[in-house]
Write a protein that binds this ligand. Structure first.
Ligand SMILES: *Cc1c(COP(=O)(O)O)cnc(C)c1O
Length: 342
């Protein structure tokens, strides 16, 4: 029985074209700014998200944490959603690496704080209070179910922050999934924010790497912080070349979204199972009503050859991606249905 891996869109293997691109890449020492392939990737990535400049980084986590560090001063507060990746899944990086204090708010189904929430959470600097140094947003919103957040919501939150003189960072690990789902250019989604990170290594299918983009001055400082965080890379063109290939494959994300919708549709409505229709490639299945924990579901799926991830006590994530076809997803649906009908 073939295993169908729906744990994450990070499990994709590089295509033959990516492997060819890696082998043939022109390279140099990127710490000296001399890797032509990295330079080309940074130029094209900046253009794709409508920013002046970009920096190639080893991971999305590093991109986000560099952004936090560049935008803030020690002791500042960062406003973010309490279910955001930066807050929940990055080992407390803002505190550990930048000495800043998160101020989580519950953005609920909107996935982005309202302007009122931004104003309420904002802390003016005083003798006793640290001051707010950053607003961090996320699109698509991973934990809330791969939600593609429309541009007006991002813009409203960003404008509230700007009025308070607070910069805005967007964790766009899956920004292109949002762009494809909403049928707007990624640059439009990133226009209201100061900096944006996106991953080449998720749905876009590159083996390694993410990009942090923003104004020239921000990216110059980000380059210094990347060095500080141990992320300076040498002949990185070898891994950047598949990233360039990945940037050409944005449109195919629609297939993953289609497959995710089919999977959710097949599972939703089974007794005590909720799988709302996803915007993008992340299907979140809630089994609280039947008292089936996510770990139990994940284990039972694993036995039947479908891999998934436990998100929370009763929520399980199934993620579609380039390496699972329509027929794989149909087969996975059957297997998961079999588990749920036991
Ligand atoms: C995956 C992810 C990241 C981190 O990316 P890594 O490359 O795994 O470090 C950041 N934010 C969101 C929303 C993600 O889904």
């Amino acid at each position: 029985m073939d295993r169908i891996d729906l744990r994450s869109d990070t499990v994709t293997r590089p295509t033959e074209r990516m492997r060819d691109a890696a082998r043939d890449a022109a390279v140099g020492d990127d710490v000296y700014g001399e890797d032509p392939t990295v330079n080309e990737l940074e130029r094209r990535a900046a253009e794709a998200v409508g920013k002046d400049a970009a920096l190639y980084v080893p991971s999305g986590t590093m991109g986000n944490q560099i952004a936090v560090r560049v935008h803030t001063e020690r002791g500042d507060e960062v406003i973010l959603d309490r279910e955001s990746h930066v807050y929940r899944w990055e080992l407390g990086g803002p505190a550990q690496l930048s000495g800043v204090q998160p101020r989580p708010v519950d953005a609920g189904e909107r996935c982005v704080p309202t302007p009122e929430q931004v104003r309420e959470a904002h802390v003016p600097e005083s003798l006793h209070r640290p001051g707010t140094g950053l607003l961090a947003l996320e699109n698509t919103h991973n934990y809330r179910g791969g939600v593609a957040v429309p541009p007006d919501r991002i813009a409203a939150a960003a404008e509230a922050a700007r009025d308070l003189d607070v910069p805005v960072h967007l964790d766009g690990a899956r920004l292109f999934n949002a762009a494809v789902a909403l049928d707007v250019p990624a640059s439009e989604l990133a226009a209201p924010v100061d900096s944006v990170m996106f991953c080449l290594s998720k749905g876009l299918g590159a083996p390694v790497g993410s990009v942090l983009a923003g104004p020239e001055e921000f990216v110059a400082e980000a380059r210094r912080v990347r060095k500080l965080f141990g992320g300076g890379m040498r002949q990185a063109g070898i891994v950047a070349a598949p990233g360039l290939e990945a940037l050409d494959s944005v449109d195919r994300l629609a297939e993953d979204h289609d497959n995710a919708a089919r999977l959710a549709d097949a599972l939703d409505g089974i007794e005590g199972v909720h799988a709302p229709e996803p915007d993008t490639n992340i299907v979140v299945v809630d089994t609280a009503e039947r008292g089936l924990t996510a770990e139990e579901l994940v284990d039972a799926c694993e036995e039947r050859g479908v891999r998934a991830g436990a998100f929370d006590e009763y929520t399980t994530r199934f993620c579609t991606h380039r390496d699972v076809s329509r027929s794989d997803v149909e087969e996975a649906s059957e297997r998961i249905r079999a588990v749920l009908s036991e």
